[in-house]
Design a binder for this molecule. Sequence first.
Ligand code: ADP
Ligand code: MG
Length: 648
Amino acid sequence: MAETAKQTREFQAETKQLLDLMIHSIYTNREIFLRELISNSSDAIDKVRFNALTNQDLLEGTSEFEIYLLPDEDTKTLTISDNGMGMTYNEVIENIGTIAKSGTKAFLQKLKDSGSATDNELIGQFGVGFYSAFMVADKVTLVTRAPGQAKGVRWESIGDGTYTIEECEKETRGTTIILSLRAEYCSPENSEENFLNKYTLQNLVKKYSDYIRYPIKMNFINEEKERDSEGKIIEDAPVVKTTEVRTLNSMTPLWTKNKSQITPDEYNNLYKELFHDWEDPLEIIHSKVEGAVEYTTLLFVPARAPFDFYQREATSGIRLYSKNVFVMDNYKDLLPEYLRFVRGIVDSPDFSLNISRELLQHSAQLKKVGKNLEKSVLKSLEAMLSKDRAKYERFWKEYGKAIKSGVYSDFSSREKLQDLLLFPTSSSDELVTLADYISRMPEGQSVIYYATGKDRSSVERLPQMEILREKGIEVIYLLDRVDEFAIDALSQYNDKKFQSISRGDLKLDDVSSDSKKETDELSKENESLLTAVKEQLAGKVADVKISSRLKSSPVCLISDDNGISISMEQILSEMDKSMFKARRILELNPTHDVFKALKNTFEKDANSEAFKDYCELLYGQALLLEGLTPDDPISFAKKVASLMAGTK
Ligand code: ADP
Ligand code: MG
């Protein structure tokens, strides 16, 4: 039974502890109090609406639901009122005086474990419901009446461990919360945290509560002079004040509607508004999932990657909502890093407002949601690739590198990504998929050939390309620095191994069986010469060989099948990881005049300066052909000069 007289009661011990924290900790994100109170109002309206389905009387004649914000400069109070379910006397004691919520309990436990009560970060990660009001108010008054009750209940606390409670008059159904704001939260000087400022409040509603299903209203006072019949302002007329009621939230969470009821424009506008983009998204993925985990998701692939997309630290554009209430921005762990360009929202009743990032990370449900999201993004990319190649190529231009980095950094996604890869090749100006490549391989070709370089023309001029061009074999060009890492990680596609044209044995035997025999014979014949060149270049190359891949160039540099390649060595050394070295092999073209000259010099005098210089020059050339600088450019240039002048 309700008491009529005013009573002073103590908060439950845990509540006291929480209040203390709220008030005394340096909490950086105090503005969330408004989100918490509005979401409570919304819950209370949900409740009365639901109960009224079976009991019309609860509505007491009003079925227009609303939440009102009322900032008052004179009393320095911010009032939030709703016409929801309200609370009875005992419900107030139960709901407001004690902590029943598991989220808050977990929060307190976490605080105890961490041992520091002012851990900013930690507190910032939690939503803490009603008590967050004490972060900005030094007195909180709650007046509430449940439908059907003759009297209302007035609850008040200054957050000192006790509260008062008494019966009172309240005409309308629902709850009104009056916050007596602390001086620093209603000062005009505090531009961002002045919670009496209507525009601050408006922005907060937009940010956190835009998709609350009930209107959140506020009065704006317009001051204007009267106008004449033509609509012109009458200069000497007195100023007239009119009150305009504005609804601050847009209320329609587009994603909860059926796909068929949403126009492309609506999707595009929502995207642009939420993510501050001026361009329509390239792709929209909207799905609703019901079952063990329940969620709605609306994802976008922006038309353009941010200019610093590949330099900056990975962020995410995923926002979490719980039943239309904003919970968290930039939630990272939902999608794998290689999909970090995807933006959008995930709304699930399973995300509680009272949950921390840490708890979310360990949530099995969220992991499941994440897996599903990854799957649906990949599915929509696959569909784009097969149905709208031009669009996919636009996608690829922006985000191809991210997908390729996924191939080497995300082991579990490797297989799923291989069919999304596109490459330029020697045979066409168009990009090809690995499946395209395989489908047009000539009979007898057993591997997928690739070449690395900084652009198409430098790859095309590589001496190693000569034999493949002659034989009409298509070569995939790896022009991005991530490419070779990705190809290395894949190592094969549909049982076909990847083969660099600059590494080891080219496996062209099937294509031309006699050339290998010829090379073997020449190698034997020139064994002493090859050994001598190798000695001259000791420490620079691991081996010197007769080449079967060169046609018109005198030399080339390759790396053997084990270890890293020369191009990877370059990338790693730019990344200051120069401890990795490729095993370099110098290959000589036995049909070239330079080879004959080398041989002559060697046979004349194997210890001559001229022979030494030739070795240096050949190696220097091979480096230049790879786009590398000779070890000693000055000495290289001098040797070339004296060769030209005929002084040697
Ligand atoms: P939660 O919303 O997670 O339950 P809160 O601390 O935000 O936790 O609120 C505690 C309880 O107080 C709510 O569960 C609800 O029963 C009650 N309550 C708070 N605000 C209102 C309101 N505006 N109308 C009715 N009941 C409310
Ligand atoms: Mg709440």
